[in-house]
Design a protein around this ligand. Structure first.
Ligand code: FES
Length: 481
């Protein structure tokens, strides 16, 4: 399998997350470690190589889930010892030889041969990862750098000052709630879902994900007998829902400001959705692999990044309409409520319908900003689009996992879920290429119509929120699209 990452370039270390699926349709998550060739490292490794080392980076590939308890090895530290180089798991500090996968503990991580090959078509050097069956049966679906920093502009740290409105100060809540400090991922999920202020929600997401990745939480907590309940509808800070600016009076800025505001609102709900799926369905699926939590914490972090970037762009292009000053809606959470009974339904409707629709419309939105000459916003939207492809990939990965557990066909089951949990046609035009990259073939979504109005309640395996009713109607008074 050729992985299109440059072998030359920055001398810094950099890890790349590589997700292929095999001919049986199973997903794999690999970390490609690209390590700078320091003189010490070269000297250390040279001892085991007959040929002089020529490539700029040392390349190694390993399954991303630690063989001990499944920690995400993309946060592993790399250490040199004796004649080997090891990845140290962030959770319990077991170390695994990057070439053999062996550990002194007796456990063995799955590693893959990596080599640099010259592509005959263009003469370029490409990285080749050799999986089972020589890797020829693997199909690459996702490739993304593992970012160690949240290197984005911070979100607005104070609530918007809205004209002609008496605003109240944001409560000065600490990052870590006082009283009972959350100790598991599930406890953090509920704290974040109940955090009304969007800035604090972003900061808590960053904090909790970092604690989780570096093994500073006692556990995910999803197998506990006392997993806390998520709220039926995450609360919103009044300062961000006053909607006092009439979009009709925005003049020329209308389209761009309204669009960025609407996208930021969707991202705020998307942060909640990533936490909600973990805490709502984790306890009803105790055998779910650790990679589920790795994927959705990564998604929560991505959505936080998107929210921050969009709010910053909104502030830059339209200072008089900060986030919270325009009408917003809660359409995404309506679908979350409709699917609160079933992980399978949630993955189908939120990740393979709503998020996949994003893949269809993103290129058009990017083009509008490009035509307007707003290159900064174009950059932001391109980052978001690339991330969203990986979110649909994760949705597809876990949807097919649930289907496999239940012994049902993913395509026909998806179509059944959409008929039950969606209202109206699945609309095109479709971004077939991006959908295909994420695992969604045309058979999933073409000629498909939801019949939500005619369906009676289904209760598979979800948990109602702490203040929920079974009605899909929401308790927030947002303007609908
Ligand atoms: S050493 Fe990796 S999860 Fe324990």
């Amino acid at each position: 399998m050729v992985v299109d990452v440059p072998n030359e370039g920055s001398p810094d270390d950099g890890y790349v997350l590589v997700s292929p699926y095999d001919k049986e349709g199973r997903y794999h998550s690999l970390i490609l470690f690209r390590l700078a060739s320091t003189p010490e490292l070269v000297a250390c490794l040279q001892e085991n190589h007959a040929q002089p080392l020529r490539s700029y980076h040392q390349l190694y590939a390993m399954e991303s889930a630690c063989p001990h308890l499944g920690a995400d090895m993309s946060d592993a530290e790399i250490e040199e010892c004796d004649n080997s180089i090891v990845a140290v798991c962030p959770w319990h500090r077991y170390d695994f030889d990057l070439r053999t996968g062996e550990s002194e503990t007796g456990l063995r991580a799955c590693t893959y041969n990596v080599k640099v090959v010259t592509d005959r078509s263009d003469g370029e050097e490409k990285v080749w990862v050799e999986g089972p069956d020589d890797g020829t049966q693997w199909r690459l679906v996702e490739l993304r750098p593992v970012s160690e920093d949240f290197a984005d502009p911070p979100p607005v740290s104070t609530p918007p000052t809205l004209p002609n409105t008496a605003t109240t100060a944001v409560q000065d809540e600490p990052l870590v709630p006082t009283g009972r400090t959350p100790s598991t991922l599930m406890e953090w999920a509920v704290v974040i879902l109940n955090t009304a202020n969007p800035t604090l929600k972003v900061e808590r997401t960053k904090h909790a994900v970092q604690l989780f990745r570096t093994g500073r939480l006692t556990s995910t907590g999803h197998k506990s007998k006392r997993v806390p309940l998520p709220p039926a509808v995450p609360p919103r800070d009044d300062n961000y829902t006053q909607n006092i600016v009439d979009p009709r009076k925005l003049g020329k800025r209308k389209n761009a400001a309204v669009m960025l505001h609407a996208l930021a609102n969707i991202e705020q709900w998307a942060i909640d959705l990533a936490w909600d799926i973990m805490v709502r369905f984790g306890s009803s699926h105790p055998n779910i692999p650790q990679a589920f939590f790795s994927d959705f914490t990564r998604m929560a972090l991505d959505e936080s990044k998107h929210f921050s970037l969009l709010v910053s762009r909104l502030a830059a292009i339209s200072p008089s309409t900060p986030y919270g000053s325009l009408p917003v809606h809660a359409g995404l959470w309506e679908s979350a409520t409709v699917t609160s009974h079933s992980l399978r339904a949630r993955l189908a409707i939120i990740h393979l319908v709503h998020e996949a629709r994003g893949l269809d419309v993103n290129p058009g939105t990017i083009e509008r900003f490009r035509r307007a000459g707003d290159t900064e916003t174009v950059k932001v939207l391109e980052i978001i689009h690339a991330d969203e492809v990986t979110h649909v990939t994760s949705g597809h990965r876990w949807f097919t996992w649930v289907c496999e557990q239940q012994g049902v066909n993913p395509v026909s089951t998806f179509r059944e879920e959409v008929r039950r949990g969606w209202r109206g046609n699945i609309k095109g035009p479709f971004n077939v290429e991006a959908r295909e990259t994420a695992g969604l073939s045309r058979a999933f979504y073409e000629d498909l119509k939801g019949e939500l109005d005619f369906i009676t309640e289904n209760t598979e395996n979800g948990r109602q929120g702490s203040s929920s009713s079974s009605s899909p109607s929401l308790q927030v008074n947002y303007e609908k699209d």
